[in-house]
Design a binder for this molecule. Structure first.
Ligand SMILES: NC(=O)c1ccc[n+]([C@@H]2O[C@H](COP(=O)([O-])OP(=O)(O)OC[C@H]3O[C@@H](n4cnc5c(N)ncnc54)[C@H](OP(=O)(O)O)[C@@H]3O)[C@@H](O)[C@H]2O)c1
Length: 162
């Protein structure tokens, strides 16, 4: 299982249940990486999507404590264990944890790779990813050249669990 995330320099990922950056190259990477795959998210992240709707052409799996949660094209589960059991039927490499903060934390122990867009900016936020660069369990094995989109500097990185 893998994680995919866009972080700032201070590992911020969100504020007010929204994203911090509108970065089309990152959106493109997210779309291309997850298309046709399984995405695992928290209920808050699902609600942050346009109209709270499932993302098209992907298996949308949502963690919620709400036992009667139901939404079109969403498979909802109430425990991490139930999700882990359900996704056994898919190749592990096709399963992407897509956030948010609570879900990254819960699923990090089960992930072996992280696809990280790093925006070279420190921003104010209320949701954060862990500091993967100072975590002994993870090593960065790829970093793209510096890129810029409308004044925003960023790089694409990949990490693997050691
Ligand atoms: N930068 C990025 O790459 C990125 C990616 C994704 C999201 N985000 C941002 O992250 C923020 C959302 O993250 P978040 O941490 O607030 O929420 P989240 O992780 O998306 O979802 C939290 C919800 O998950 C459910 N949940 C959490 N732990 C659970 C457990 N142990 N058992 C059952 N259900 C559980 C609960 O749903 P119920 O309340 O329904 O019970 C909880 O409210 C937004 O700002 C979003 O834009 C950023």
């Amino acid at each position: 299982m893998k994680m995919i995330v866009c972080v700032s320099e201070n590992y911020a990922i969100g504020k007010g249940n929204g994203l911090l950056f509108s970065l089309p190259p990152d959106m493109k990477l997210f779309r291309e990486t997850t298309m046709g795959k399984v995405i695992i998210m928290g209920r808050a992240t699902l609600d942050s999507f346009p109209n709270g709707a499932a993302l098209k052409n992907r298996v949308n799996i949502v963690l919620t404590r709400d036992k009667s949660f139901s939404r079109e094209n969403v498979l909802a589960f109430n425990t991490v264990e139930d999700i882990l059991e359900h996704i056994k039927k898919y190749p592990s490499d096709d399963c992407y944890v897509v956030g948010g903060a609570e879900i990254y934390k819960l699923f990090e122990p089960y992930c072996d790779e992280a696809v990280v867009t790093k925006v070279k900016k420190t921003v104010d936020a209320d949701k954060f990813f862990f500091n993967i660069d100072e975590n002994d369990d993870w090593e960065k094995y790829y970093e793209s050249e510096n890129m810029n989109h409308e004044g925003i500097d960023f790089v694409f990185c990949r990490y693997r669990k050691i």
